[in-house]
Design a protein around this ligand. Structure first.
Ligand code: NAP
Length: 235
């Protein structure tokens, strides 16, 4: 059965999610931009009880609180707002609604993160290795380093790697998103790299999460629910 979906933020990601929504059993009934978000209400949601939010770091926390108050289950891909997560979590939990958030909705990028964590645990026993993380994104991306690179650095630390991890970020042109983690010693260099070919992978991941969210309440990270999302031919 096709479910009604609201799109919050009709930019590059919002438009792509609208285009791919039918592949995941959704049809878009409402779209909100910076100009129209003030009108968000049960009436303007036009029957949608699920939303996908890809806006801007300054906009997401307020949007998520308002969506929770309206009882709308939401998938949020906006990055750079996580210092407000405790207040957003309170709003979602007290409303009995549901939220999936994550800095990177690509299935392949999340599997890459698990590979990096495993590599870091192996290198943690060999103190001659230091590590770096590097990324490049299109020049309109606002947060740098990205949430994805920060998460990768956290995974490396959590895996027990205690030597320095040097992080760097570039913003230029139309890059869709490349993340690289390297381990270096006087003897050799090991490089792990994930390159997103198109934005489709992020949109497919967000829509998979939106389907998964239908019977849930609470706050979830995309990487946490990934094992439950089942097979997909996207990466
Ligand atoms: N998690 C992931 O996998 C993933 C993947 C890609 C991107 N992202 C993140 O998703 C966000 C959006 O990316 P994008 O490439 O789609 O950006 P974009 O092309 O700039 O689109 C953002 C859209 O949000 C709208 N907007 C801004 N403030 C708003 C508000 N208060 N309420 C409603 N809409 C508002 C903008 O409207 P106006 O046009 O009116 O300004 C614009 O249409 C960024 O934070 C980006 O880093 C995450």
């Amino acid at each position: 059965m096709s479910l009604p979906l609201a799109i919050i933020g009709h930019g590059k990601m919002g438009r792509l999610i609208e285009y791919l929504a039918p592949e995941h059993g959704f049809h878009v009934v409402a779209r909100f931009t910076r100009a129209s978000i003030a009108l968000l209400s049960i009436e303007t949601l036009a029957g949608a009880s699920t939303a996908v939010e890809f806006t801007a770091p300054s906009a997401a926390p307020e949007n998520l609180r308002r969506l929770a108050a309206l009882g709308v289950r939401t998938v949020c891909g906006t990055t750079g707002w996580y210092e407000h997560l405790p207040q957003v979590r309170d709003a979602v939990e007290s409303s009995g609604s549901a939220l999936v958030f994550g800095p990177n909705f690509s299935v392949g990028a999340n599997l890459f993160s698990q590979i990096v964590a495993h590599a870091a645990s192996l290198f943690s026993r060999h103190l001659e290795y230091e590590a770096w993380g590097w990324e490049i994104h299109h020049s309109a991306k606002k947060d740098a380093p990205s949430g994805t690179l920060k998460n990768l650095a956290e995974e490396i630390r959590a895996a027990g790697f205690s030597s320095p991890v040097s992080l760097a970020a570039n913003r230029a042109g139309s890059h869709t998103g490349t993340h690289e983690i390297g381990f270096d010693s006087s003897a050799d260099t090991i490089t792990l790299r994930h390159t997103a070919r198109t934005r489709d992978a992020y949109a497919h991941g967000a829509l998979l999460a939106a389907r998964w969210l239908q019977s849930k309440t609470g706050v979830f990270e995309f990487r946490q629910i990934l094992p439950q999302l089942g097979g997909t031919n996207t990466s």
